[in-house]
Design a protein around this ligand. Structure first.
Ligand code: API
Length: 279
């Protein structure tokens, strides 16, 4: 079995193994995805990204896997990293990336700070999706100290809980319980948010299929939408995640724009053992 080159990148510490599968899409079983994700016996990642060819009007198709092997429809931080790779490769400052969430336009001025048009949020209860009809602006759900969240789909499912102090929430305890609540037939990414003294928002995230991450771009998008609905933010806000700040903006067309940094850690090669799922 051949060995597969990869690039290790991150967006504010939300880290990715990125494989260029445009020539030869890799065959990655769930066991292989989990073996590669193992932070002691494998490489370690929050999401594994495969760049695939697309027949549509985009530069590539971006496939997204969580560290538990599940496939996700959106990944904002990884979209910035892949956009950077494509911009460097083609020497251009605008690219389009196709995902299961739709076609995402990426732009930059310096190729380090990348802005993604993450598209239109969906707010219908069946869009989130929820297992019962609810007002998604005030979902009738309580999980420990968390209650009354807003539901937002950014291609992937998010619920946003507003709290007095996001730092004080035991997210390790309540995150997995909320993620797997039966109201979420596709599970959900869980955000806890509080207002900071300077008016910015503090955001911590328990990611579906991963756990607590240092940052989550699509959660930040869901959060600016939810905060605007609840009157806690205007059309623009800086969201402070564990790994650093992201700039969020609600466009006139209702699209959510997310801007932030990217970083490359190293280039490596996946050994055949990992590809066989042997962590
Ligand atoms: N880290 C990603 C989110 C991955 C979402 C994934 N956890 C799921 O929806 O299952 C981001 O920057 O948007």
């Amino acid at each position: 079995m051949e060995q597969i080159p990869f690039i290790k990148m991150h967006g504010l510490g939300n880290d990715f193994v990125i494989i260029d599968g445009r020539a030869t899409p890799p065959e990655l079983s769930g066991a292989a995805l989990r073996a590669i994700a193992d932070r002691h016996r494998g490489v370690g990642y929050d999401q594994l990204i495969v760049m695939e060819p697309t027949a549509h009007d985009a530069d590539i198709f971006m496939r997204i896997y969580n560290s538990d092997g599940s496939e996700a429809e959106a990944c904002g931080n990884a979209t910035r990293c892949v956009a950077h790779l494509l911009m460097e490769e083609a020497d251009k400052n605008a690219v389009t990336i196709e995902t299961r969430a739709g076609f995402l336009a990426a732009t930059t001025e310096d190729r380090q700070h990348i802005v993604i048009d993450m598209g239109l949020p969906k707010l219908g209860w069946q869009d989130i999706p929820l297992s019962r009809e609810e007002d998604t602006k005030h979902i009738n759900l309580t999980v420990g100290p968390l209650s009354d969240p807003v539901g937002v789909n950014m291609g992937n499912p998010h619920v946003v809980f507003f709290v007095e102090d996001a730092e004080a929430v035991d997210l390790e305890k309540w995150g997995p319980i909320a993620e797997t609540d039966p109201i979420f037939p596709a599970k959900a990414n869980i955000s806890v948010v509080s207002k900071m003294e300077n008016g910015d928002l503090r955001l911590r995230v328990w990611e579906r299929g991963v756990g607590i991450t240092l940052a989550c771009g699509s959660a930040a998008c869901a959060t600016i939408v939810a905060a605007n609905i609840r009157g806690l933010a205007g059309k623009e806000a800086t969201l402070h995640l564990n790994g650093g700040p992201l700039d969020l903006r609600l466009g006139e067309n209702g699209h959510v724009f997310m801007g932030g940094p990217i970083a490359t850690a190293y280039h490596g090669t996946l050994d055949a053992n990992l590809l066989k799922g042997a962590a």
